[in-house]
Design a protein. Structure first.
Length: 569
């Protein structure tokens, strides 16, 4: 018996290649986005989900919050009537658990899974259908749980993380499309009711017409090219006001301004009494992608239009994110070949680099940029958005790695980090004319970045400036440096281990800062007299002349090697 959370690893003989899964996902998302009828959307979602994973069956449920249950609304591959019309209490089974909107879930053998809350009557229906493996993802929009998208097998099966991610991504697209279709259907019903009752007002009719027309134009903008700029341009034209799309931190992602200046009705008013500009959240699958801000206050009908623009902006951003993630994965694979593997032919590497405008024979630089893990994706997206020519980049170990042929890369990078209020620390290696030398250039960049971090300094450091030290540090990182070269500072290390002291680090920082006691005190957060006392103890252990030539070089090299190995704490 086995039950598996949605992030667990696993395998299946029917697993598709990553590229094929991504293409099917994009095609499916495009198809369902074009549909308006709710039933047609549901049928398309279920049919394409089953095809995507090649499962025995797939079904979609809608949640009735008031009754505390979710019910299967559309299915494909289900044999029994009882299963097709199943209603599951929220929190029970896979369907009821996923429909609550928390996270994807899977089980390899439903009836024998003790981790699930079972309902005897439903277990009998599942047994009659012959179902064993079940995996589902929630359908949520702006924090609202619409239901669940589920696939099932009549045999034991563990779905891979890529398959779960693909269905989850499809579920997010499907939730937006379903919500859009339900809203569109609701508007159509409202229009029909108003016609039958002959009580429609000119204002209501105008709003419905504007919403429907705007939806048509926005749908065309997303379908032709999933571009946020196009969506905002359509919204700006419909609302006759400027629009700005901001990321969750408030940084500008896109903007659309009126073509001509218009009279400002608030001119002459006290700024303290002026109404704030209208703003709505841009959400997808419960995730806040940003906010859409108008340049003026909007009345209720115009605010409804702004919300429709936000929905389509979210859809365009999801398309862009899917394409961006695919490109980043490819760049990461190419960087691994460039930096880690020595057996990849030069011609193959050069062909792959041409995808990002890097031509054979042109000088290349490798840059290692410090990026805290919690903020790494945001910084990666920001640097990609600079528009620097001929560049590829991806995360590599604990930093961002950038390969570029642009000799002027540093200025826009500094401006970006300054604008965002980020500390810039970057190591540089290159230029190199042969792509096979990029691995060596990257190692020099990593060493330079490590030196900046060790001393608490900001800026950009060229690995070539490390000279002989850089060569020794590179040998140390690869484990090829004789241990005898660090023997000169063994007395300090023995002292530190015995007394839990920091003499080794103090000596390292003292030599790195060219004997600047004040700088060492600042880095270690100590009083200068305390640093001087430590230096006296170091002199007693190493002997006179440890910090002057010729012994200074020997000591400094030994300490630099130990720092590169992480032995200077």
């Amino acid at each position: 018996m086995e039950h598996t959370p949605a992030s667990a690893d696993g395998g299946t003989a029917r697993a598709r290649p990553r590229g094929e899964l991504l293409q099917v996902l994009l095609d499916t998302a495009t198809d369902i986005t074009a549909l308006r009828d709710v039933e047609a959307v549901l049928q398309a979602i279920v049919r394409r989900t089953r095809v995507l994973l090649g499962t025995d069956m797939a079904y979609l449920s809608l949640t009735d919050v008031e009754r505390g249950e979710t019910y299967i609304r559309q299915s494909e591959g289900v044999a029994t009537s009882a299963y097709r019309t199943l209603r599951q209490p929220l929190g029970t089974g896979v369907l009821g658990q996923v429909a609550g909107g928390l996270a994807p879930y899977q089980t390899a053998d439903y009836l024998r899974d003790p981790a699930l809350i079972h309902v005897p009557e439903i277990d009998e229906i599942v047994r009659a259908e012959g179902v064993r493996a079940i995996m589902g993802v929630p359908l949520t929009v702006a924090g609202r749980a619409l239901g669940a998208l589920v696939v099932a097998e009549r045999r034991a099966r563990t779905f891979t993380p890529e398959e779960i991610t693909a269905v989850d991504s499809l579920g997010k697209h499907a939730a937006v499309a379903l919500d859009n279709s339900m809203r569109f259907e609701a508007l159509e019903r409202l229009a029909e009711d108003l016609v039958r009752q002959q009580q429609r007002s000119a204002e209501d009719l105008a709003l419905i017409t504007r919403v429907l027309e705007l939806d048509d134009r926005l749908m065309d903008a997303v379908m032709v090219t999933p571009d946020v700029d196009r969506v905002l341009a359509v919204g700006q034209s419909a609302l006759a006001c400027g629009l700005r799309l901001l990321d969750p931190d408030g940084a500008l992602l896109s903007a659309a301004s009126p073509p001509e200046p218009r009279d400002d009705p608030s001119a002459g008013e006290d700024p303290a009494e002026a109404a704030p500009p209208a703003s709505v959240a841009v959400m997808a699958g419960g995730e806040r992608l940003g906010s859409l801000v108008a340049d003026r206050e909007l009345d209720a009908p115009a605010l409804a239009l702004l919300e429709r623009v936000a929905v389509h902006a979210a859809l365009a951003m999801l398309f862009a994110r899917a394409e961006e993630d695919a490109d980043l994965r490819l760049q990461s694979e190419v960087l691994d070949d460039l930096l880690e593997r020595q057996d990849v032919p030069r011609e193959r590497l050069e062909r792959r680099l041409q995808r990002w405008g890097l031509q054979p024979g042109e000088p290349l630089w490798a840059i290692a940029i410090e990026a805290p893990e919690a903020d790494r994706r945001r910084r990666l997206q920001a640097v990609r958005g600079l528009g620097t020519r001929s560049v590829m980049m991806a995360t590599h170990h604990d930093h961002l790695c950038l390969v570029t042929a642009d000799p002027h890369w540093e200025r826009p990078l500094r401006a970006l980090f300054s604008t965002r209020g980020w500390r810039l620390r970057a190591g540089l290696g290159g230029p190199v004319d042969d792509v096979r030398n990029l691995g060596d250039a990257h190692r020099r960049a990593e060493l330079a970045l490590g030196s900046l971090a060790a001393l608490g300094r900001d800026g950009v450091l060229d690995g070539a400036e490390l000279g002989l030290l850089g060569a020794l540090l590179d040998l140390a990182r690869r484990g090829d440096l004789p241990q005898s070269l660090t023997a000169a500072v063994d007395p300090l290390r023995d002292y530190d281990r015995a007394r839990d002291a920091e003499l080794t680090r103090t000596a390292y920082l003292y030599l790195e800062s060219d004997g600047n006691v004040a700088r060492v005190a600042d880095v270690l957060h100590l009083h200068r007299n305390t640093v001087r006392q430590r230096l006296e103890r170091i002199g007693a252990l190493l002997g006179p002349g440890w910090d002057v030539s010729p012994r200074r070089l020997e000591t400094h090299l030994a300490l630099r090697v130990l720092e590169a190995q992480g032995a200077v704490s």
